[in-house]
Design a protein around this ligand. Structure first.
Ligand code: B1M
Length: 212
Protein backbone atom coordinates (compact mmCIF):
# COMPACT_ATOMS: atom_id res chain seq x y z
CA UNK A 1 0.00 0.00 0.00
CA UNK A 2 1.50 3.31 -1.11
CA UNK A 3 0.47 5.28 2.00
CA UNK A 4 1.98 2.68 4.36
CA UNK A 5 5.22 2.81 2.37
CA UNK A 6 5.29 6.59 2.80
CA UNK A 7 4.69 6.27 6.56
CA UNK A 8 7.64 3.88 6.80
CA UNK A 9 9.77 6.40 4.89
CA UNK A 10 8.62 9.35 7.01
CA UNK A 11 9.38 7.58 10.27
CA UNK A 12 12.72 6.25 9.00
CA UNK A 13 13.73 9.81 8.11
CA UNK A 14 12.75 10.92 11.63
CA UNK A 15 10.14 13.32 10.26
CA UNK A 16 7.51 13.69 12.99
CA UNK A 17 5.31 16.18 11.12
CA UNK A 18 5.34 14.06 7.97
CA UNK A 19 4.59 10.86 9.91
CA UNK A 20 1.70 12.60 11.67
CA UNK A 21 0.20 13.92 8.42
CA UNK A 22 0.61 10.61 6.62
CA UNK A 23 -0.99 8.73 9.52
CA UNK A 24 -3.96 11.11 9.29
CA UNK A 25 -4.06 10.60 5.53
CA UNK A 26 -4.02 6.80 5.89
CA UNK A 27 -6.98 6.96 8.29
CA UNK A 28 -8.75 9.25 5.85
CA UNK A 29 -8.19 6.67 3.11
CA UNK A 30 -9.86 4.08 5.34
CA UNK A 31 -6.78 2.05 6.30
CA UNK A 32 -7.43 0.28 9.62
CA UNK A 33 -5.53 1.80 12.59
CA UNK A 34 -4.16 -1.67 13.48
CA UNK A 35 -2.64 -1.98 9.98
CA UNK A 36 -1.11 1.51 10.13
CA UNK A 37 0.41 0.64 13.51
CA UNK A 38 1.74 -2.79 12.60
CA UNK A 39 2.78 -2.42 8.97
CA UNK A 40 3.68 1.26 9.15
CA UNK A 41 4.94 2.50 12.51
CA UNK A 42 6.13 -0.74 14.13
CA UNK A 43 7.65 -2.11 10.91
CA UNK A 44 9.59 1.15 10.41
CA UNK A 45 10.79 1.18 14.03
CA UNK A 46 12.00 -2.41 13.68
CA UNK A 47 14.02 -1.38 10.62
CA UNK A 48 15.50 1.50 12.61
CA UNK A 49 16.42 -0.99 15.36
CA UNK A 50 18.25 -3.21 12.89
CA UNK A 51 20.21 -0.29 11.46
CA UNK A 52 21.04 0.97 14.96
CA UNK A 53 22.32 -2.50 15.84
CA UNK A 54 24.50 -2.61 12.74
CA UNK A 55 26.01 0.77 13.59
CA UNK A 56 24.45 2.32 10.54
CA UNK A 57 22.40 4.78 12.68
CA UNK A 58 23.23 6.54 15.94
CA UNK A 59 21.28 7.67 19.01
CA UNK A 60 20.19 11.11 17.66
CA UNK A 61 18.66 9.53 14.55
CA UNK A 62 16.95 6.86 16.64
CA UNK A 63 15.54 9.57 18.92
CA UNK A 64 14.11 11.43 15.93
CA UNK A 65 12.53 8.21 14.70
CA UNK A 66 11.13 7.59 18.20
CA UNK A 67 9.60 11.07 18.17
CA UNK A 68 8.05 10.39 14.76
CA UNK A 69 6.68 7.08 16.04
CA UNK A 70 5.09 8.87 18.99
CA UNK A 71 3.56 11.48 16.65
CA UNK A 72 1.94 8.72 14.60
CA UNK A 73 0.80 6.86 17.72
CA UNK A 74 -0.86 10.02 19.07
CA UNK A 75 -3.02 10.18 15.94
CA UNK A 76 -3.97 6.52 16.21
CA UNK A 77 -4.65 6.55 19.95
CA UNK A 78 -8.25 7.84 19.89
CA UNK A 79 -9.08 5.29 17.19
CA UNK A 80 -7.63 2.42 19.21
CA UNK A 81 -9.31 3.39 22.44
CA UNK A 82 -12.92 2.66 23.29
CA UNK A 83 -14.67 5.24 25.40
CA UNK A 84 -17.59 5.32 27.77
CA UNK A 85 -17.21 1.82 29.16
CA UNK A 86 -16.67 0.79 32.75
CA UNK A 87 -12.95 -0.03 33.23
CA UNK A 88 -12.12 -3.73 33.35
CA UNK A 89 -9.55 -3.02 36.04
CA UNK A 90 -6.80 -0.61 37.00
CA UNK A 91 -3.24 -1.11 35.75
CA UNK A 92 -0.13 0.74 36.83
CA UNK A 93 2.53 0.62 34.13
CA UNK A 94 6.08 1.89 33.89
CA UNK A 95 9.53 1.28 32.45
CA UNK A 96 11.87 0.06 35.18
CA UNK A 97 14.66 2.03 36.83
CA UNK A 98 17.66 2.86 34.63
CA UNK A 99 15.70 2.26 31.44
CA UNK A 100 14.58 5.15 29.21
CA UNK A 101 12.83 3.15 26.47
CA UNK A 102 9.15 3.97 26.38
CA UNK A 103 7.79 3.35 22.90
CA UNK A 104 6.88 -0.29 23.56
CA UNK A 105 5.55 0.56 27.01
CA UNK A 106 3.41 3.36 25.53
CA UNK A 107 2.07 0.97 22.93
CA UNK A 108 1.21 -1.62 25.57
CA UNK A 109 -0.48 1.10 27.67
CA UNK A 110 -2.43 2.28 24.65
CA UNK A 111 -3.63 -1.22 23.74
CA UNK A 112 -4.61 -1.95 27.35
CA UNK A 113 -6.49 1.33 27.52
CA UNK A 114 -8.11 0.52 24.20
CA UNK A 115 -9.25 -2.80 25.61
CA UNK A 116 -11.00 -1.01 28.47
CA UNK A 117 -8.49 -0.93 31.34
CA UNK A 118 -7.83 2.20 33.38
CA UNK A 119 -4.12 3.02 32.98
CA UNK A 120 -1.84 4.89 35.34
CA UNK A 121 1.44 5.45 33.50
CA UNK A 122 4.46 6.14 35.69
CA UNK A 123 6.70 6.79 32.68
CA UNK A 124 10.33 5.76 32.37
CA UNK A 125 13.15 5.11 34.87
CA UNK A 126 10.71 4.03 37.58
CA UNK A 127 12.29 2.85 40.83
CA UNK A 128 10.89 -0.20 42.65
CA UNK A 129 9.99 2.07 45.61
CA UNK A 130 7.86 4.26 43.32
CA UNK A 131 5.97 1.24 41.94
CA UNK A 132 5.32 0.02 45.47
CA UNK A 133 4.14 3.44 46.68
CA UNK A 134 1.76 3.73 43.74
CA UNK A 135 0.42 0.21 44.34
CA UNK A 136 -0.31 1.19 47.93
CA UNK A 137 -1.94 4.48 46.95
CA UNK A 138 -3.87 3.51 43.82
CA UNK A 139 -4.63 -0.15 44.57
CA UNK A 140 -4.42 -1.47 41.00
CA UNK A 141 -5.27 -5.05 40.04
CA UNK A 142 -2.11 -5.27 37.89
CA UNK A 143 1.31 -3.69 37.96
CA UNK A 144 2.96 -3.86 34.52
CA UNK A 145 6.73 -3.58 34.14
CA UNK A 146 8.56 -2.92 30.90
CA UNK A 147 12.33 -3.26 30.26
CA UNK A 148 14.30 -3.09 27.03
CA UNK A 149 17.85 -3.54 28.30
CA UNK A 150 19.46 -6.70 29.61
CA UNK A 151 21.12 -4.48 32.23
CA UNK A 152 17.76 -3.27 33.60
CA UNK A 153 16.00 -6.65 33.72
CA UNK A 154 17.16 -7.17 37.33
CA UNK A 155 15.05 -4.13 38.29
CA UNK A 156 11.97 -6.23 37.56
CA UNK A 157 13.13 -8.82 40.06
CA UNK A 158 13.93 -6.05 42.57
CA UNK A 159 10.40 -4.63 42.16
CA UNK A 160 8.76 -8.03 42.66
CA UNK A 161 10.92 -8.70 45.72
CA UNK A 162 10.02 -5.35 47.23
CA UNK A 163 6.32 -6.05 46.63
CA UNK A 164 6.72 -9.29 48.56
CA UNK A 165 8.75 -7.65 51.32
CA UNK A 166 6.00 -5.06 51.74
CA UNK A 167 3.38 -7.81 52.10
CA UNK A 168 1.62 -6.88 48.85
CA UNK A 169 2.02 -10.26 47.16
CA UNK A 170 -1.38 -11.61 46.23
CA UNK A 171 -3.02 -8.17 46.29
CA UNK A 172 -1.78 -7.28 42.80
CA UNK A 173 -0.68 -9.30 39.76
CA UNK A 174 2.65 -8.54 38.11
CA UNK A 175 2.80 -8.49 34.31
CA UNK A 176 6.21 -8.15 32.64
CA UNK A 177 7.37 -7.62 29.08
CA UNK A 178 10.01 -6.14 26.81
CA UNK A 179 12.27 -7.37 24.03
CA UNK A 180 15.00 -9.08 26.14
CA UNK A 181 12.50 -11.05 28.26
CA UNK A 182 11.28 -14.60 27.96
CA UNK A 183 8.61 -16.66 29.69
CA UNK A 184 11.44 -18.48 31.42
CA UNK A 185 12.91 -15.30 32.87
CA UNK A 186 9.45 -14.12 33.94
CA UNK A 187 8.93 -17.44 35.77
CA UNK A 188 12.36 -17.21 37.40
CA UNK A 189 11.67 -13.79 38.89
CA UNK A 190 8.18 -14.78 40.07
CA UNK A 191 6.09 -12.60 37.73
CA UNK A 192 2.44 -13.64 37.37
CA UNK A 193 2.42 -13.10 33.63
CA UNK A 194 4.62 -12.38 30.62
CA UNK A 195 3.60 -11.00 27.25
CA UNK A 196 5.90 -10.72 24.21
CA UNK A 197 3.95 -7.88 22.56
CA UNK A 198 1.22 -5.33 23.09
CA UNK A 199 -1.58 -7.49 21.70
CA UNK A 200 -0.71 -10.44 23.91
CA UNK A 201 -0.34 -8.06 26.88
CA UNK A 202 -4.07 -7.39 26.60
CA UNK A 203 -4.87 -11.10 26.45
CA UNK A 204 -2.56 -11.80 29.40
CA UNK A 205 -4.04 -8.98 31.50
CA UNK A 206 -7.54 -10.35 30.89
CA UNK A 207 -6.35 -13.85 31.77
CA UNK A 208 -4.70 -12.65 35.01
CA UNK A 209 -7.98 -11.08 36.10
CA UNK A 210 -10.04 -14.07 34.95
CA UNK A 211 -11.91 -11.96 32.38
CA UNK A 212 -13.00 -14.07 29.46
CO1 B1M B 1 17.96 1.67 22.78
N1 B1M B 1 18.56 -0.20 22.81
N2 B1M B 1 19.46 2.15 23.91
N3 B1M B 1 17.31 3.44 22.49
N4 B1M B 1 16.81 0.98 21.38
C1 B1M B 1 17.66 -1.20 22.09
C2 B1M B 1 16.61 -1.76 23.06
C3 B1M B 1 18.72 -2.28 21.62
C4 B1M B 1 18.12 -3.69 21.45
C5 B1M B 1 19.41 -1.79 20.32
C6 B1M B 1 20.45 -2.76 19.81
O1 B1M B 1 21.55 -2.74 20.25
N5 B1M B 1 20.08 -3.60 18.90
C7 B1M B 1 19.79 -2.18 22.75
C8 B1M B 1 19.58 -3.09 23.97
C9 B1M B 1 20.48 -4.30 24.01
C10 B1M B 1 20.16 -5.10 25.22
O2 B1M B 1 20.42 -4.71 26.32
N6 B1M B 1 19.57 -6.26 25.00
C11 B1M B 1 19.70 -0.72 23.12
C12 B1M B 1 20.74 0.02 23.75
C13 B1M B 1 22.03 -0.73 23.99
C14 B1M B 1 20.58 1.36 24.15
C15 B1M B 1 21.59 2.26 24.85
C16 B1M B 1 22.41 1.59 25.97
C17 B1M B 1 22.48 2.84 23.72
C18 B1M B 1 23.61 3.72 24.18
O3 B1M B 1 23.39 4.76 24.74
N7 B1M B 1 24.78 3.21 23.95
C19 B1M B 1 20.70 3.41 25.41
C20 B1M B 1 20.18 3.09 26.83
C21 B1M B 1 19.41 4.23 27.43
C22 B1M B 1 18.67 3.79 28.68
O4 B1M B 1 17.58 3.29 28.58
N8 B1M B 1 19.27 3.97 29.85
C23 B1M B 1 19.59 3.37 24.42
C24 B1M B 1 18.85 4.50 24.07
C25 B1M B 1 17.83 4.53 23.16
C26 B1M B 1 17.13 5.82 22.72
C27 B1M B 1 16.91 6.80 23.86
C28 B1M B 1 17.94 6.43 21.63
C29 B1M B 1 15.80 5.25 22.08
C30 B1M B 1 14.62 5.16 23.05
C31 B1M B 1 13.61 6.27 22.81
C32 B1M B 1 12.31 5.99 23.52
O5 B1M B 1 11.94 4.85 23.83
N9 B1M B 1 11.61 7.06 23.75
C33 B1M B 1 16.23 3.81 21.76
C34 B1M B 1 15.52 2.98 20.85
C35 B1M B 1 14.37 3.61 20.11
C36 B1M B 1 15.87 1.61 20.65
C37 B1M B 1 15.36 0.63 19.59
C38 B1M B 1 16.00 1.04 18.27
C39 B1M B 1 13.87 0.55 19.39
C40 B1M B 1 13.06 0.22 20.63
C41 B1M B 1 11.62 0.41 20.29
O6 B1M B 1 11.03 1.44 20.62
N10 B1M B 1 11.05 -0.57 19.54
C42 B1M B 1 15.88 -0.76 20.16
C43 B1M B 1 16.21 -1.77 19.07
C44 B1M B 1 15.03 -2.68 18.79
O7 B1M B 1 14.17 -2.89 19.62
N11 B1M B 1 15.01 -3.24 17.63
C45 B1M B 1 16.91 -0.36 21.13
C46 B1M B 1 9.67 -0.50 19.06
C47 B1M B 1 8.73 -0.96 20.16
C48 B1M B 1 7.31 -0.96 19.62
O8 B1M B 1 9.10 -2.29 20.49
O9 B1M B 1 10.07 -1.58 22.72
O10 B1M B 1 10.35 -3.97 21.88
P1 B1M B 1 9.55 -2.73 21.95
O11 B1M B 1 8.16 -3.11 22.65
C49 B1M B 1 7.40 -4.24 22.26
C50 B1M B 1 7.72 -5.51 23.05
O12 B1M B 1 9.02 -5.52 23.59
C51 B1M B 1 6.64 -5.59 24.06
O13 B1M B 1 5.53 -5.00 23.41
C52 B1M B 1 5.97 -3.89 22.62
C53 B1M B 1 5.02 -3.68 21.47
O14 B1M B 1 4.75 -4.87 20.78
N12 B1M B 1 6.74 -4.93 25.35
C54 B1M B 1 5.93 -5.35 26.37
C55 B1M B 1 7.45 -3.87 25.78
N13 B1M B 1 7.16 -3.60 27.05
C56 B1M B 1 6.22 -4.49 27.43
C57 B1M B 1 5.54 -4.64 28.65
C58 B1M B 1 4.61 -5.67 28.74
C59 B1M B 1 4.36 -6.52 27.69
C60 B1M B 1 5.02 -6.38 26.48
O15 B1M B 1 3.91 -5.91 29.86
C61 B1M B 1 4.06 -5.05 30.95
Amino acid sequence: MEIIKRIVEGLSEGEADKTELLTQEALRQGVLPEIILKEGLIAAMNMIGERFKQGDLFVPEVLLAARAMQAGMNILKPRLIQTGIKPLGRIIIGTVKGDLHDIGKNLVAMMLEGAGFEIIDLGIDTAPERFIQEVKDKKPQIVALSALLTTTLPMMKATIELLKAEGLEGTVKVLVGGAPLSQRYADEIGADGYAPDAVSAVAKARELLNLR
